[in-house]
Design a protein around this ligand. Structure first.
Ligand SMILES: CC(C)(COP(=O)(O)OP(=O)(O)OC[C@H]1O[C@@H](n2cnc3c(N)ncnc32)[C@H](O)[C@@H]1OP(=O)(O)O)[C@@H](O)C(=O)NCCC(=O)NCCS
Length: 246
C-alpha cells in the first residue's frame, strides 16, 4: 500500500444494531462497552472496534472476530499476532464519526474532534497549545476560531497518538504550525526525543462540525479518505464503501 487509508464510519443506532447482530466483539470489548454510561459513547466504541476488526480482517484475509488486540503501556492498540508486520493502524471517534487510519510505512496516529462553540475561548487550552500556536489561534476571528482550535487540537493529538504516548506527552511543549506551503509541520517537540523523527501531518477532510488530522512516520505518502459502512453478509460482518464520501 503506497497510501495512508483513512476510513470514516458514521455512528448511528442502525450501525450499532449491525454490530450487535454480527457478534464480532470480544467478551472484553463487550464488557468495556457496557461500562459506558452515555449511549453515544457506547456506540462510538462498539462501532469503532467492530469496523476496525472488519477492515483489518479484510486486509489480512482472516475472520474479524479471530483478531486479538494488545495495547502498549499508554493504551495504543496493536495486533497480538500479526501476519503482516508492516500493517499499522489507529482509531479515533468523536461526535458522529469513527475514523481509522491504516498504512504500511510506519507508526501512525489519527484524531477527530467535534467542533464546539466553547472552543472560541483559548482559556481551557492553556495546557494544550504552545505559544506560537496560541498566538496564531488568537489572531483567528472568533467566528472561525472553534474550527481552527479543533483542527489544531486534532493535529497534536494525532501526533502524540502516532508516537503512542497519548496525553502523557506534554502538549504545550509541542508546536505544529503551517509550513511554507500552508500544510501543517512539526515545528518543535521539546519532550524527550522519539525513535522516529520523520513525521508527516495531513489534515483529513471530514463532515461539517468536525476536524481531523492524520500523522505518520516514513515520508511522503498520499492520503485516501473514504466513507465506509458495515453490513451483515453470509460470512458475517462486512465493510464496503458508502455511496457518499465523508
Ligand atoms: C490516546 C488518547 C489521547 C485518546 O484520547 P481520546 O480523544 O479520548 O480518544 P480518541 O477517540 O481520539 O481515540 C481512542 C482510540 O485511540 C487508541 N488509543 C488509546 N490509547 C492510545 C495511545 N496512547 N496512542 C495511540 N492511540 C491510542 C485506541 O484505539 C482508542 O480506541 P478504543 O476506544 O477503541 O480503545 C488518550 O486516551 C490518552 O492520552 N491516553 C493515554 C493514557 C494512558 O497512558 N493510560 C495508561 C493506561 S492504558
Amino acid at each position: 500500500m503506497k497510501t495512508i487509508q483513512v476510513v470514516a464510519v458514521r455512528v448511528s443506532e442502525a450501525a450499532c444494531l449491525v454490530v450487535d447482530e454480527s457478534d464480532v466483539l470480544s467478551a472484553a470489548e463487550l464488557s468495556k462497552a457496557e461500562r459506558f454510561r452515555k449511549r453515544e459513547d457506547r456506540w462510538r466504541f462498539m462501532i469503532g472496534r467492530a469496523s476496525l476488526r472488519a477492515l483489518i480482517g479484510e486486509r489480512l484475509c482472516v475472520e474479524p472476530d479471530s483478531l486479538e488486540f494488545g495495547a502498549n503501556a499508554h493504551g495504543k492498540l496493536h495486533l497480538l499476532s500479526n501476519p503482516d508486520a508492516s500493517l499499522w493502524f489507529n482509531t479515533s471517534h468523536s461526535g458522529e464519526w469513527v475514523l481509522h487510519a491504516l498504512g504500511d510505512g510506519g507508526p501512525l496516529g489519527i484524531d477527530i474532534e467535534q467542533v464546539k462553540s466553547s472552543m472560541r475561548s483559548l482559556e481551557d487550552f492553556r495546557m494544550v497549545f504552545s505559544k506560537p500556536e496560541s498566538d496564531r489561534l488568537r489572531r483567528v476571528s472568533p467566528a472561525d476560531r472553534p474550527q481552527q482550535v479543533a483542527l489544531a487540537w486534532a493535529r497534536k493529538e494525532a501526533y502524540v497518538k502516532a508516537i503512542g504516548e497519548g496525553l502523557n506527552r506534554s502538549m504545550r511543549d509541542i508546536s505544529i504550525e503551517p509550513g511554507p506551503d500552508g500544510r501543517p509541520v512539526l515545528a518543535y517537540d521539546r519532550n524527550p526525543p522519539t525513535l522516529r523523527q520523520d513525521w508527516s501531518i495531513r489534515d483529513v477532510p471530514v463532515a461539517d462540525g468536525h476536524a481531523a488530522s492524520v500523522v505518520w512516520s516514513g515520508g511522503a505518502l498520499d492520503v485516501d479518505v473514504r466513507e465506509w459502512e458495515m453490513g451483515i453478509g453470509a460470512q458475517g460482518l462486512t465493510v464496503s464503501e458508502a455511496a457518499a464520501h465523508a
